[in-house]
Ligand binder design. Structure first.
Ligand SMILES: [Zn+2]
Length: 358
């Protein structure tokens, strides 16, 4: 009888522990590039041995063109993931109860430095600013204020193609949510775009968000985006990267409240999650490579949940570790516990292990 009661006690306490962490932080996320096929086995091991024991329950994989799309083979990267590769990821995540969410950058981030990505390379007509040529040697800042190219959200053919990709990648990932990126959109409503010139940039941005959200909703999928375009970067002092300088921030009052906001701040633990929650959005604070800031962001999220009205509490969904290198660079740094360039610990792996201990 004593043994039976002891077993019951442990069962109850361990169950209470699980409930407790879900109550403190319902979403415990990790976001990284999807692995290339050669990195797949190592990444699956990382999911099994590191993400799952650290109770990560949401994995956002930035796929973009790293998949052998059947709907648009012309947009595949060379050496992209196969369907069988993705099934390994799906099955591994399912074993651990990890929600797998694919990402394709929509609207912005259609180029990087001097490289045009597949969509605009194959379909140059979709370019919002075709008059701006890619430089031989990329530098920031530059005379064109070129950070990344965007597609024109009012081009009549663009959505047919990008929604084919979105549907296909969500099907193969068996996903009930899709992350569309939509961060750092500097080129929008160009004065030289015949379809967009003179239009309110916040309306253009909101129309694009709502169009993607409505498309996903027809298949019972939820849209996730980064939050920076919805923050007034000037008024808040948050700046032109983590906030908007081109007027898109007013879109916060024009987009569907069903959109999940990944609110990223890497230099300070800005409290903008409260802003999004007060506007009616589910919000996830996204952190990067400073463990001290990350600890504060995690604590803030728990405090927001503890000290808010019931209506707001459940909108504070949790925190997500973001990684902006590829899988190889991250895993090398993680397993070697590499220092940063100042021989310190401002690294994404140090942040990750601090926020999500085993
Ligand atoms: Zn346009």
């Amino acid at each position: 009888m004593k043994i039976f009661l002891l077993v019951c006690f442990f069962a109850i306490t361990s169950n209470a522990g699980a409930q407790n962490i879900d109550s403190l932080l319902p979403v415990r996320g990790f976001c990284i590039s999807a692995p290339r096929p050669a990195e797949l086995a190592r990444f699956v091991t990382f999911i099994n041995e590191e993400l799952a024991p650290r109770k990560i329950n949401t994995l956002v994989l930035r796929v973009d063109f790293n998949y052998q799309y059947i709907s648009h083979p012309e947009l595949r990267d060379p050496g992209a993931l196969s369907k069988e590769d993705v099934m390994q990821l799906v099955q591994t995540c399912r074993q651990h109860g990890i929600r797998l969410i694919p990402q394709i950058n929509l609207l912005g981030h259609q180029s990087w430095a001097g490289t045009t990505h597949n969509l605009l390379r194959v379909y140059p007509d979709f370019d919002e600013t075709p008059e701006i040529k890619m430089p031989a040697k990329y530098e920031w800042p530059n005379k064109d204020s070129l950070y990344c190219k965007s597609y024109c959200p009012r081009h009549p053919q663009v959505h047919k193609i990008v929604f084919d990709l979105v549907d296909e990648i969500c099907d193969v990932f068996q996903a009930d949510a899709f992350h569309a990126g939509m961060d750092e959109v500097f080129y929008i409503g160009s004065d030289k775009c015949p379809r967009c010139k003179g239009r309110d940039k916040s309306v253009l941005f909101a129309e694009e968000v709502n169009k993607i959200e409505a498309h996903l909703k027809t298949k019972n999928r939820t849209l996730w985006i980064w939050g920076d375009r919805l923050i007034d970067g000037k008024e808040t002092g948050i700046g032109m990267w983590e906030g908007s300088f081109n007027g898109t921030h007013r879109a916060i009052d024009l987009i569907s409240k069903q959109v999940v906001i990944c609110d990223w701040h890497y230099e300070r633990p800005d409290k903008t999650a409260v802003y999004f929650a007060m506007k009616g959005f589910n919000v996830i604070t996204s952190l990067w490579r400073n463990p001290g800031i990350a600890v504060q962001q995690k604590q803030d999220m728990q405090d927001f949940r503890a000290h808010s009205a019931l209506e707001m509490k459940e909108r504070f969904r949790g925190v997500m570790q973001t990684v902006w290198s590829d899988v190889t660079a991250f895993l090398d740094g993680f397993y070697q516990n590499s220092k940063d360039s100042d021989n310190g610990n401002n690294t994404p792996w140090a942040s990750f292990t601090t926020i999500f201990p085993k």
